[in-house]
Write a new protein. Structure first.
Length: 487
């Protein structure tokens, strides 16, 4: 068989969804996908759900939904199928059991009868003697009599892999040669006493059986690699057929510790609800550990697949910067066509119950969107910005209300009303020129003060889209009514 670097590239994303997928998971998925697309290989999506107490059907469905929303289409995996399925580990339990049985028969693995309390006692002794923790090998070479005694006691054994003396070295595509002394890789459990497989067994068996050529995953899994390689050996895989590993750098939070729920990491589903575009999330996550070169920060999905190589991935940690994600999101919003912007805005307006779905509303939304496109960083700002156009029982926000109660504001609003009453061509140009003459020249006020009062009166808030365009959209009658009401 050709070795892993010569075969068609097969990359897998293999999450264990014990909650919603987060930044770290999706950065991995994105790099896996981009690498597969760049090389013309296959992107495989495998769900590692052997721990069904923590991985639920809801989380699996949400993971599938998130990947689809981001546009990371997989070639093999749940809902898609493929030649090496099933792609849910919980449906592959027999396969793992067969391999474990084979490893036992070959002598690569053995039954270990140590109880949890005995193992804890060993660890305690190791701690006080200041030696590396790990299994002490007590059951490695049990006699038939010793086994019979344990069995008679009703003990249920785990299956443990035998780690030979020596070390494991592999070439990580990002980090170069990495070695692990086996003194620090004790014999490890493959199958629990209840027969359920552990991660190390399932992941290694599946990577071999699904013919995975490249394992791109987070650095936190680096130390599990020598154990996986040990499983490949027991499976009879030759070293040139091992998947090639690339461990992606950690993503750190603002406080320089690994990004986690504790220092602000939130799920991708949260970003979606908060009005981030999938292409903005992918663009930003692509920069966490990789760069397209030339100090560029703007990458489309297409460019990512064209430019992505593992050589360009750094080994040093990346820092998650919410402000930068927001800036990229704003850029992506600005580059949407009006039709695209409209279809993305609509669900946010509907969810906030700003619109009910009439044709007249749709028309007004389409006319209003261009005036806010330059001004927002997330789609969730749209309802707040446009609400004033659709409310039926309009009122000024309480904290803005206090700003237009003084004598000067009243004077401004009265002058605005008088001047605007004579305007018949209700265009933003006319509105602007009339108000400039009346308020800036006439009353000698600064634009911020003069227009600020009008803004509050007609939009209900001191933050709004551009004033004259807003008034044009709102219409003559409603604008004048609102100024009158404010007076
Ligand atoms: N299922 C593992 C996890 O979510 C990752 C497996 C792998 O990429 O090797 O942590």
């Amino acid at each position: 068989m050709p070795n892993s670097s010569q075969r068609e590239v097969r990359v897998r994303f293999a999450p264990s969804p014990t909650g919603d997928l987060h930044v770290g998971n999706i950065r991995t998925a994105l790099f896996d996908w981009a690498y597969a697309r760049h090389t013309g290989g296959k992107f495989i999506f495998r769900i590692e759900d052997t721990d069904r107490e923590r991985v639920t059907d809801e989380y699996i469905a949400a993971a599938i939904d998130t990947l689809r929303w981001l546009g990371l289409q997989w070639d093999e995996g749940p809902e898609v199928g493929g030649p090496y399925g099933p792609y849910l580990q919980s449906q592959r339990l027999e396969i793992y059991a067969e391999w474990a049985t084979k490893f036992l028969a070959q002598g690569d693995a053995y039954h270990c009868y140590c109880s949890a309390a005995e193992l804890e006692a060993v660890r305690e002794a190791q701690r006080s003697a200041n030696v590396a923790p790990g299994y002490d090998g007590k059951c490695r070479n049990l006699s038939a009599e010793a086994i019979a005694v344990y069995e008679a006691e009703g003990r249920k054994p785990v299956v443990r892999m035998r780690m030979p003396e020596g070390s494991t070295t592999f070439t990580d595509l990002i980090r170069g040669d990495v070695s692990f002394e086996h003194d620090f890789v004790p014999d490890f459990v493959l199958v629990r006493a209840d027969g359920s497989p552990l991660y190390t067994l399932a992941v290694a068996v599946d990577d071999v059986m699904m013919k995975v050529t490249h394992v791109l995953r987070g650095e936190d899994l680096l130390s599990s690699t020598p154990r996986q390689i040990r499983v490949y050996q027991a499976m009879g895989v030759t070293p040139d057929e091992y998947p090639l590993f690339a461990h992606l750098p950690f993503v750190m939070g603002q406080d320089n510790t690994k990004l986690s729920k504790r220092n602000g990491e939130v799920s991708i589903a949260w970003y979606r609800d908060a009005g981030y575009l999938p292409e903005a999330i992918c663009n930003y996550l692509a920069l966490l550990g990789w760069s397209p070169g030339e100090d560029r920060e703007d990458v489309s999905m297409k460019e990512l697949t064209e430019l992505f190589t593992v050589e360009r991935v750094h080994s040093s940690p990346a820092r998650f910067d919410m402000k930068k994600l927001e800036a990229i999101n704003g850029d992506k919003i600005r580059s949407l066509t009006l039709d695209e912007f409209y279809s993305r805005a609509l669900p946010f307006l509907q969810r906030a119950e700003v619109i009910t779905g009439t044709v007249a509303e749709a028309d007004l939304v389409k006319r209003a969107l261009p005036i806010i496109q330059e001004r927002i960083a997330t789609l969730s700002e749209i309802p707040l910005m446009l609400k004033f156009l659709f409310v039926t029982n309009f009122s000024v926000e309480p904290d803005s209300q206090t700003k237009i109660q003084d004598e000067q504001s009243k004077k401004v609003l009265q002058s605005a009303l008088d001047a605007l009453s004579g305007v018949s061509d209700w265009s933003h140009e006319s509105i602007e020129s009339v108000l400039r003459v009346a308020l800036i020249e006439g009353l000698g006020l600064k634009p911020r003060i003069a227009f600020g009062a009008v803004r509050i009166a007609v939009t209900g808030s001191h933050i709004s889209p551009p004033l004259f365009e807003s008034m044009e959209l709102l219409g003559r009658e409603r604008s004048l009514e609102r100024i009158k009401a404010a007076l």
